[in-house]
Design a protein around this ligand. Sequence first.
Ligand code: GAL
Length: 959
Amino acid sequence: MSLRTTTAYVEDVSPGSGALPPRAWYASSDARSLSLNGNWRFRLSDTADAEDDSFAARGYDAGDWAQVTVPGHWVLQGHGSPVYTNHLYPFPVDPPRVPTENPTGDHLRVFDLPADWPEDGAAVLRFDGVESCARIWLNGTELGEFKGSRLPHEFTVGHLLKTVGNVLAVRVHQWSAGSYLEDQDQWWLPGIFRDVTLLHRPAGSVRDFFVHASYDHLSGTGTLRVDSDVAGRVTVPELGVDVATGEPVTVPVEPWTAETPRLYDGVLATGGERVPLRIGFRTVELSDGLIKVNGRPLLFKGVNRHEWHPRRGRALDLATMREDVLLMKRHNINAVRTSHYPPHPAFLDLCDEYGLWVIDECDLETHGFTEQGWRDNPVDDDRWTPALLDRAARMVERDKNHPSVVIWSLGNEAGTGRGLTAMAEWIHGRDGSRLVHYEGDPNCRDTDVYSRMYARHAEVERIGRGLDGGPHRRRELPFILCEYAHAMGNGPGGLADYQRLFEAHDRLQGGFVWEWIDHGIAHPELGYAYGGDFGEELHDGNFVCDGLLFPDRRPSPGLVEYKKVIEPVTVTADGPAGTVRITNRYDFADLSALAFPWSYEVEGETVDRGTLPVPALAPGESAEVELPAAPAGAPAGEAHWTIRAVLASGTSWAPRDHVVAWGQIPVSARRVPYVAATARPAPGDGVITLGPAVFDARTGALRRIGEAAVTGLRLDVWRATTDNDDGAAWQSDLRYGLLWRKLGLHRMRHRLDAVEVGEDALTVRTRVAPAARELGLSTVYRWTSDADRVRLTVSTVPDGDWSVPLPRLGIRFGLSAADLVQWYGGGPGEAYPDTRAASAVGRWQSTVDDLQTPYVRPQENGARIDVRWAELGGLRIEGDPAFHLTARRWTTEQLDAAAHRSDLVPGDTVWVNLDHGQHGIGSQSCGPAPLPRYHLRAEPAEFSFVFSPSAATGTTATG
Ligand code: GAL
């Protein structure tokens, strides 16, 4: 007798049995449907076959079963726990076998048909997504089983339905042969995580249909043909179209683009059903080596989107999907790669409606086979090819009617093999109206696009210039970065440098930032949990938190930066004086939807405002627009023009006046503070007084300025390393975080060499150096005063072999009380040398708490750049030159030691860093380190701060 009988299907490479062939998905028609979402009874077993006999055979007695919500993942509902691995399979790699320990969730739902459920016709039961494998019974009859977690499966059930007391039983296994094909970098989350729906299928109802709606940009016409398995009529009232299925019709139309998502409502009516259509006319083609839509090349300003909700995992509701789309549109994002599986189908409806280019990616990744040099990779093993083709077909058939989908992607990180070729051939054959993408094959054998991930700037530039060589086929293809700018923790740095390349070279058609949202799981103690927080023995820590949104969907500084870098209008001052250059960087839209308010600011205060008359420039056009005369009688001081491009009227995705783009043009330079050294240092009673400042006479340490007590002021070179500083384990380049620690920059010692009281200065000489190393920084603090203010000049000279850049260079000190922070300089948000595009010069204010950026794993954050002056804790600080400002209620060491936000406990002191420089951020948690021009080299440096007492102030921020 074989041990593996009833559950053999779990380890079967085939896609399953019993399900209907795939077809187009649509949300509503006039046929009845019944949602089976809601509370289901639930029982968890440790193995696939622990409960086999009792489940189907014993009349489905769910007596003592628990309850779960469907859609949902049982591990997020108190049954078992989630597991996070990047690419390692959390089970032995022995395809297609899976472990005996195979958490298995039996789901039971009893339902009645609504009183008016039609008696005639058939019905199908649809599952939109079940991870990883399901076997289904209705009223005791087994319907079949399937794999392919993020794809729909339907079963014929009409003949089994009863008016009341239908029992639907679904057995879900966490692991199956399908898991080998679903090794995406994400949490393993079993469950029925998308909708379950019963659909009435009246006689003569629509089965599958394919909307072909192309656009001819030369004639301005669209051609529509709807192919349908069941013949019927297609009407589009707005276009006066009324044709039979299969019959083409050409009419003048407005095309669909992501910038102008024009949809036409239509109806497909067969004898038994009326299906609403939302038709977008557009033509995607590869021509002149470029991806073109409606005859024009595209520039993708994209993101990779996993489905994520911090409490519901991948079980997303419509409101959350819409929030994602609105956030993308409001941040100038124009494209989504649905990494790494087809999303909930409703998401694509939203992309059609609001306008986003979509790369729809198949649910396929076999990344874990890289550990064994790709041996036994399912995509190169014919036994698995039917499963791969099934997945390709289920994606294409489900999503083929979405104008937003312009490219099909075979999957992600699955090596190379015959299975991929089979998928690509099938897709090209079935849908010649779109292109095919896959990143993992350097030969681009099956693809229409040369795609890479995390290529560094220099290589991208070579590719842009066509100097990259490679196989002939690849050299002919347009290039995209399907992943770049790894948004893990603080960062990504270097976005603006990539964008400059994309804009300079036609072949570079943009990229998709990795990734949209941190996959942190809401946790009662930790804030957000990441890998390892559920006791997984194999995990990849916080590598799962690498998004532009925090888990609660608050935009991170990385998203704000991205919005600025990809803005569709640029405002520059490269023309004659008194003019500003406005450039339209949309691919399709003119500027008629935008208005251009300006303001004239002196020292960050608005002195005058108005609106700039900007012509409705066509895509790619630019114009020099005359600025008004500088306002008469404006106060003296540093002045800027700020010009914004805002929505002239509300749209479906943002209200009127929403800022799409902006630019700032400096008019006059800042006057650097001058402090005459007129006061004399006055020793007395263990202290030295110099103007408003009091020092310890023995150590030269600053004790107070005016009423503000100051502790521990000294040179600081350490920052709590960011994920990008630390770099990914596999990085072959220097990983600065590790190097800095090895050098001991996190444990610098400060040796006092001299305290010199001079005529007009107090000078403190020190050497700052790490234990165990011979290199150091000779550092001199020189204090002078004009009686009201005190000026500190810090001079440092590195000695020894400093081939390594510094994390930061500046001073830090503690203030006993500080809450409100005001400053004039870069803001409102965080900025570092290579993440500073979105920082605008203005007057800003915040509380100390709000200066913190809540990275899921705490790390250096919150610096404001180009700060001319700041006020906090009773001190006014002016910089010569401008400085970076951070203030927090814990020390850098505490920040560095914290694993979760909950580890950060506010102390009594506010620790302030005033930095002369910071090292760049880069993207080395997966991609390249900061470009050399953002390195903070250890070089002789001198910088000054002017301190004076300030009354606690409270004016409102402007900027
Ligand atoms: C890529 C992969 C993504 C993700 C990313 C790093 O290699 O395609 O799924 O793992 O790296 O976060």
